[in-house]
Design a protein around this ligand. Structure first.
Ligand code: NZQ
Ligand code: ZN
Length: 388
C-alpha cells in the first residue's frame, strides 16, 4: 500500500427528511447563495420546493442558475461565475446529479480565480481557493457529492476534461434516497454502472492488492449487483435506493483509492466518447468497461481477475484460472445488459469515424493512460473498435 493522506471534510446528512438540516447549514455560512439546478427534474418532482422552503426559513436569499445539461458545459460555468460576482454570492448550493454538482464546483473555483476557469482543466493550474459548495443529491452515480473532482465539456472543441481540488470538496451533502425515486430506469441503471466502474478503476490498479480497500471494493460491487436490478424494477423502494445511494458516495470519495494508484483508463476513454457523442456517462462505461477488461487480461493481470470472479461473482475456485477470469468478464457484461444498458457503441448511434482523433486527444491531454496496464493511442483505438 502506498502512503496517503485521507481527508473528507464533507458532512453527510443521509436519509429521509434530512433536507431539514439545510437551513442550519446555510444559515451559518452565507447571507446570499446561488442555487444551481439542471433542466427540469428538481422542479418537476418537488425537490426544488423543499429546498426553497428551507432556504427561506433560514432567512438566506438566493439567486438561481438553471438549465445545466448532462455532460455539463463550460458555458453554464461562465454564466454561474458571472452571477456569483455580480450578486456577491457567498455560497453555492448544487441541487441535482453529478452534472449540476460538477458545474457548481467549477463555478466555485472560477469565482475566486482571475484567469479563465478552463485553465484548471487544461493548464494544470492548481485551484487553491473556491467559494464553498454544498449539495442536495438527486441521483446516485458519480460520488461528486463527496469528492474533489469536476468534469466539464467545452462545447465548441468537444473536449471533456476533469480537474481536482480539495477546495471544491462539498462542505455538506444531503442524501435523501426518496429524492432519487423519480430517476428513470435508464439513468438509474447508468448510475449503477458508473458506481461499479469507479470501484473497478480503484480495484484493478497498482499495487494490485491492498486488502482493506479491495475487500471494501468487493462489498460495494456486491451491493450494486444485489440492489441494482431492484432499483431498476422498483424505483420507489427505500432500502434499495438507500444502499445504491450510499454505495455511490463511498465508491469515489477517496476511500478505495487511497494507498493505491487507480487505473482510470476506462473513464478516460468514456469521457472522450461522451465528449464527442454526448451520451450518458454510465451507459458509455457499460459499453467500454467489459471490453477494457478483455483487452487488459493477460498473464500479469490474471490473478486480479480471478480474485474478482471468485470474491464478487462466486465463481468456483476449482475452475481453471483463465476460465474464471473470462467468466467474470462475461458476467460483468451480462449484468450491465440485464439492467437495460447498451453493450455496443453502434447501439447508441456511434460509428468509428472519429476513433483515431479521440485516441489522439486522450493521449495529448493525459499521456499514456492506465496503471493496471498502460494503454497507448493504438490500444485505445482497439478498445473502441471492440466496443463498436
Ligand atoms: O437535467 P435534469 O432535468 O435535472 O435531469 C437529469 C438528467 O437528465 C436527470 N435527473 C437527475 N436527478 C433526477 C433526474 N431525473 C429525475 N429525478 C431525479 N431526482 O438525470 C439525468 C442525468 O443527470 P446527470 O447529473 O448528468 O447524471 P450523473 O449524476 O450521472 O452525472 C454525470 C456527469 O458527471 C460526470 C460525468 O462525466 C457526467 O458529466 N462525472 C463526474 C465525476 C465526479 N465529479 O467525480 C466522476 C464520474 O466518473 C463522472 O465522470
Ligand atoms: Zn464515472
Amino acid at each position: 500500500m502506498f502512503n496517503f493522506t485521507f481527508n473528507i471534510p464533507t458532512i453527510i446528512y443521509f436519509g429521509k427528511g434530512q433536507i431539514k438540516a439545510l437551513g442550519q447549514e446555510l444559515g451559518k455560512r452565507a447571507k446570499k447563495i446561488l442555487i444551481v439546478i439542471g433542466r427540469e427534474s428538481v422542479k418537476k418532482y418537488g425537490i426544488f420546493d423543499d429546498v426553497v422552503r428551507e432556504v427561506k426559513k433560514a432567512e438566506v436569499s438566493f439567486v438561481e442558475l438553471s438549465g445545466v445539461k448532462p455532460n455539463p458545459r463550460l458555458k453554464s460555468v461562465y454564466e454561474g461565475i458571472e452571477i456569483c460576482r455580480k450578486e456577491k454570492v457567498g455560497f453555492i448550493l448544487a441541487v441535482g446529479g453529478g452534472s449540476v454538482i460538477d458545474a457548481s464546483k467549477a463555478i466555485a473555483a472560477g469565482v475566486r480565480y482571475e484567469g479563465d476557469v478552463w485553465d484548471f482543466f487544461t493548464k494544470g493550474v492548481a485551484c487553491t481557493d473556491a467559494l464553498p459548495v454544498g449539495t442536495v443529491l438527486t441521483l446516485a452515480a458519480t460520488g461528486s457529492e463527496m469528492n474533489r473532482h469536476a468534469v466539464i465539456t467545452k462545447e465548441d472543441t468537444r473536449r471533456k476534461l476533469a480537474f481536482s481540488s480539495n477546495s471544491v470538496k462539498p462542505v455538506f451533502s444531503i442524501l435523501d434516497p426518496e429524492y432519487t425515486y423519480s430517476v428513470n430506469k435508464y439513468h438509474t441503471a447508468a448510475g449503477v454502472a458508473d458506481i461499479m466502474s469507479h470501484v473497478f478503476e480503484e480495484y484493478f490498479s497498482q499495487p494490485p492488492s491492498a486488502a482493506v480497500q479491495d475487500r471494501i471494493a468487493e462489498a460495494l460491487l456486491k451491493v450494486c449487483i444485489h440492489y441494482g436490478p431492484v432499483v431498476c424494477k422498483k424505483p420507489r423502494g427505500y432500502e434499495a435506493r438507500a444502499n445504491i445511494l450510499w454505495a455511490g458516495s463511498l465508491a469515489l470519495n477517496g476511500l478505495l483509492g487511497e494507498g493505491k494508484c487507480g487505473d482510470w483508463a476506462s473513464h478516460a476513454i468514456e469521457h472522450e466518447v461522451s465528449a464527442v457523442y454526448d451520451i450518458s456517462h454510465g451507459a458509455g462505461l457499460a459499453i467500454i468497461v467489459p471490453n477494457w477488461m478483455k483487452s487488459v487480461l493477460n498473464k500479469g493481470t490474471l490473478n486480479k481477475f480471478v480474485e474478482y470472479g471468485v470474491n464478487v461473482w462466486g465463481i468456483e475456485k476449482k475452475k481453471r484460472e483463465t476460465e474464471i477470469a473470462r467468466a467474470a468478464i462475461d458476467k460483468t457484461r451480462d449484468f450491465f445488459s440485464s439492467l437495460g444498458l447498451p453493450s455496443r457503441l453502434s447501439e447508441v448511434g456511434i460509428t468509428g469515424e472519429h476513433f483515431g482523433d479521440m485516441a489522439k486527444n486522450t493521449i495529448e491531454s493525459l499521456g499514456e493512460i492506465g496503471t493496471f496496464k498502460k494503454l497507448s493511442g493504438k490500444d485505445i483505438v482497439e478498445i473502441l473498435n471492440m466496443s463498436l
